[in-house]
Ligand binder design. Sequence first.
Ligand code: NAP
Length: 292
Amino acid sequence: MQLLDGKFVSEKLKQQIAIEAAEILDKTGRKPHLVAILVGHDGGSETYVASKIKNCEKVGFNSTLYRYESSITEDELLKKIDEINQDPETDGILVQLPLPKHISADKVTEKISPEKDVDGFHPVNLGRMQRNLPSFLPATPYGILLMLQEYGIDTSGKHCVVIGRSNIVGSPMSILMARNTNPGNCTVTICHSKTPDIKKFSLDADILIVAIGKKNFVTADMVKEGAIVIDVGMNREISTETKSGYKLYGDVDFENVAPKASWITPVPGGVGLMTIVGLLKNTLASAKKEIY
Ligand code: NAP
């Protein structure tokens, strides 16, 4: 078994991003600028946004964080996004999900200008992705592609099984793995909560990508010998063992699955770190006007 080491790869790619950001500053006198919006006080969201902001600093980007209480109305939030859409000093906007129930995540996602949609969730970017046109790719699937690329893993002709079909991970991941690109060119099966016998499919997977949000859902008996296993799950549990008071678990039973896998991502230290790289690369591409 070999580790798909998100810590190692993300550090390497962030060094390259920092070099490009410095070049942009040299040429234009300005840094790439990411604006993040956080509504409410969800513990996971606070951690993820703080990490995104910290990483912006690390690679030499500007960042701005707008924080709102959960009482903000949908209208107020949409107006703020409109304002940031118009700001020429902003290259990327992200609104951390989930949002409170009275705010439609779909409306918010669609309000962000596709040209600044560095999370890659806007239907215009998803449509362009599907057509294989230049687009901001959703940050997590993008991070996974970058990881496969860095390790030189040839995905062509492989059977890729994706478990989970969310708009932000499973669904775009399945499209990307089926596209005529590298990584890509897989035969893809997508499983979800209505799939009766997931094991039947997962056992045939050369590449198994799991994004459902259920701790240790994938057990060793569900995985083929030699499979590549990518665990997107981030299940937070209260713990007395860590300084933060939380421990992260993946959707894959790492300890028992790892001996069967050819390659596997750990949690933490895997896909989560690569998601941030996907976000930074999208912001850089926006600053360089590479997509639009
Ligand atoms: P989500 O929107 O809740 O979607 C979960 C998906 O899993 C749905 O498609 C659901 O099926 C499917 N599912 C749920 N239970 C299942 C079961 N027992 N068997 C088969 N399929 C099942 O979740 P998400 O946003 O994609 O996130 C998934 C996990 O990835 C979470 O742990 C999240 O925290 C993590 N995540 C990590 C990163 C990262 O950077 N590492 C980024 C985003 C998300 P239905 O469609 O039928 O309901």
